[in-house]
Design a protein around this ligand. Structure first.
Ligand SMILES: [Cu+2]
Length: 438
């Protein structure tokens, strides 16, 4: 049996208008005001009392929970009162089972979790709350607990209130998050082997930072009026080209949309994880710089978190188009002589999203065998929106099977306004779509 649980975040006000304003004037982006499990904030919120997501279970049965962190604004702790969770898969890849009383699931991560209904008949809260890894002095982050309820089938006195998981870590429990994130290993069995790349052909070292860029006019409202908040990768704040996107520019060979000079290492070196780094180091510039990879290139990327702007935090990095192996991670600055000796090349977990630890580094490997244009970014939306992102272009491999596909015939020839797309909701087969995703 599968319980699909998607966790999402809620905002108040006109989110798009606030976003546009904040990006123009340099203010902090909106913070969510709550989360949902399968569309409901849970009965700790009065508005959701009657409609809280509930799941009836039979004692003795085992249930598969497919957990998706679609709270793009936050990493989340998650637990079920009185029940252990056994994680068996991450991003659709088997792992050595992890039995735990809580989990930390990063923004964009997916997990397959076994739940054995083996406790006293009763009602139990499924609960989640944010893991806040950034400034310890910051208090204005979302501190709402989202809940759902496990209800055992049977005859018993229904409690006035379900029990709440005592094992759910508190918001800033970085030790709990680190301890959990270090547990992942691929199953690496005969039936589910790993294929860890060993002969690296392209090495990259990429810093991830909270940054600032110069304000183009005098109307910016934050940071003394001279700069606006940004993020960066190797000191470049990603800028989405408009109106022609990179995929179209690459496919149609249109020049002037992007450049191919994304650097393989930081432009300059400093003590990335030191306290009170000078603000001048944090100044960055917008750019649309991509990294071009040959087909079947064997890539190692070491992401290095920095403490620029005192903004160190967990960055769940997500790569489109490829899964990658997490071969190493650590704290402080990456040492390219000693740290590779600690790499796990035997059973590293294979995922498409994984957290770069606060003030630490994460080493990943993958084979660039999927031709196309692939965005990679921090999965915390505010960081991605500010520019913690870039693009890999993977070139064709020389055969039809190893070449980028043609655009579908129903691809609009020009930009269609969102409103008309919703109203004229024709599917690729000419029939009207039943579901609208925006
Ligand atoms: Cu981030």
């Amino acid at each position: 049996m599968t319980i699909c649980q998607t966790k999402r975040s809620l905002y108040s006000g006109n989110l798009k208008a606030e976003y546009d304003y904040d990006l123009t004037y340099g203010d902090d982006l909106p913070h969510s005001i709550g989360y949902t499990i399968n569309g409901e904030p849970g009965d700790l919120c009065p508005c959701s009392k009657e409609t809280t997501y509930r799941r009836v279970v039979d004692h003795g049965k085992t249930y598969l929970l497919r957990l998706v962190n679609s709270v793009v604004a936050a990493d989340m702790f998650f637990a079920i009162a009185e029940h252990n969770l056994t994680i068996v898969g991450v991003d659709a890849n088997y792992i050595k089972p992890i039995t735990t009383s809580y989990i930390m699931i990063s923004a964009g991560q997916t997990m397959d979790i076994l739940l054995i209904a083996n406790q006293t008949l009763g009602h139990y809260y499924i609960a989640a709350r944010q893991f806040w890894s950034q400034g310890v002095g910051v208090t204005d982050f979302d501190q709402v607990n989202v809940t759902a309820i496990i209800e055992y089938r049977g005859n018993y006195t229904i409690p006035l209130s379900p029990s709440f998981p005592s094992t759910l870590p508190t918001y800033k429990d970085i030790t709990a998050a680190i301890k959990f994130s270090n547990l992942f290993r691929s199953l690496a069995s005969k039936d589910h082997p790993v294929n860890v790349p060993l002969n690296i052909t392209t090495r990259m070292y990429v810093t991830l930072s909270i940054s600032e860029i110069a304000c183009e006019n005098s109307t910016c409202t934050t940071l003394g009026g001279g700069e606006i908040l940004a993020t960066s990768a190797n000191n470049i704040s990603w800028n989405n080209p408009n109106p022609i996107d990179i995929l179209l520019a690459y496919y149609r060979n249109i020049s002037g949309v992007y450049t191919t000079d994304f650097p393989d290492q930081p432009l300059f070196y400093y003590n990335f994880t030191a306290d009170d780094l000078p603000v001048a180091v944090a100044t960055t510039e917008p750019g649309s710089k991509v990294k071009v990879l040959n087909y079947n290139e064997v890539v190692e990327v070491v992401f290095q978190g920095t403490n620029l702007m005192n903004g160190a935090g967990n960055h769940p990095m997500h790569l489109h188009g490829h899964s990658f192996y997490v071969v190493g991670s650590g704290y402080g600055n990456y040492n390219n002589e000693t740290d590779p000796k600690t790499f796990n090349l035997v059973d590293p977990v294979e995922v498409n999203t994984f957290g770069v630890p606060k003030n630490g580094w994460l080493a990943i490997r993958f084979v660039a065998n999927n031709p196309g244009v692939w965005f990679w970014h921090c999965h915390i939306d505010r960081h991605m929106t500010w520019g913690m992102a870039a693009v890999f272009i993977v070139k064709n491999g020389g055969t039809a099977e190893t070449s980028i596909r043609k655009p579908p015939p129903y691809l609009p020839a020009c930009k269609v306004p969102l409103e008309s797309r919703v109203q004229n909701n024709d599917g690729p087969d000419g029939k009207e779509n039943q579901t609208i995703f925006i």
